[in-house]
Design a protein. Structure first.
Length: 244
């Protein structure tokens, strides 16, 4: 099946990697169903190609909200070939700072958001007899650094969950892929709780070869989505050249 025939649901599509992936898929003629909390940003993407985009304000921490996004895909386009569980936040801090509410929010968005996406599509994909579930993991899902313990923990968890999904669902012809980028220049710095750490992160990401563009990552997603039927791309790790 070519990308032109596919229907792909994307969460966290209002900016960064999700937005770039939605736009690249549209260029390739696919149908995309996009969700995030910022309606105006989604509408701007939908304006690019009304026939091939549906959008809905979605909070991935809320299962009803994700179910409703997936239902819209089926109502509008008749099926769901893939869901890309991409929404995520990264408020960094030392464990000793005890930002308990941020830890909880990261677990809710980064882990429960992925599980809610899986929960919403699995019954549909079982009925269809095919499907592809993707998630944005991270290099932080393989190693951690100071201030990133909880964020890394959520990304390790996503890797474990997606591995389990592969083991359980390959017999049902459901593919699983995680995309694990290093630093990507996006709006992710917005999830810092204070201005100083947001600016520190933005500065860290400045400089030649220090970050990937969201488009670089979108290309990796498309590679996984467009692989032949028999090929299951389980993980793509993609780092900027200057990242060790
Ligand atoms: P952005 O901040 O640009 O994108 C994050 C997206 O997630 C936005 O569309 C945001 O939309 C959405 N989002 C956040 N919370 C929710 C929620 N509760 N419900 C629905 N959508 C939500 O950053 P990136 O593009 O960088 O992030 C995308 C993914 O990539 C994340 O999972 C991140 O962890 C991962 N990643 C990023 C890296 C980087 O260096 N940038 C490196 C490795 C992985 P809205 O606010 O409108 O809801």
């Amino acid at each position: 099946m070519s990308l032109k025939e596919k229907v792909i649901v994307i969460t966290g599509a209002s900016s960064g990697i999700g937005e770039a992936t939605a736009k690249l898929l549209l260029k390739k003629g696919a149908n995309v169903v996009i969700g995030a909390r910022r309606k105006e940003r989604l509408r701007q993407i939908a304006d690019l190609s009304k026939d091939h985009v549906a959008y809905q304000v979605t909070d991935v921490t809320n299962l009803n909200s994700v179910n409703s996004l997936v239902k819209m895909a089926v109502d509008r386009f008749g099926k769901v070939d893939a869901i890309y569980n991409n929404a995520g936040i990264m408020p960094l801090s030392l464990l000793s700072e005890n930002h308990h509410e941020e830890w909880q929010e990261m677990l809710n968005v980064n882990i429960m958001g992925v599980l809610n996406g899986i929960s919403a599509v699995l019954p549909i994909m079982h009925k269809q007899g095919f499907g592809h579930i993707l998630a944005t993991d991270s290099v932080a899902g393989h190693q951690t650094i100071s201030t990133a313990a909880v964020y890394s923990g959520t990304k390790y968890a996503v890797r474990a969950i997606m591995n389990g999904l592969r083991i359980e669902e390959n017999k049902n012809c459901i593919k699983t892929s995680i995309i694990s980028p290093g630093a990507v220049l996006t709006e992710l710095y917005r999830s810092q709780s204070d201005e100083v750490s947001a600016r520190r992160l933005q500065n860290m990401w400045k400089g030649e070869n220090k970050t990937l563009s969201a488009d670089d990552v979108a290309q990796a997603v498309i590679y996984a989505l467009d692989a032949p039927e028999r090929v299951n791309i389980n993980e793509i790790v993609v780092r900027p050249l200057a990242e060790s």
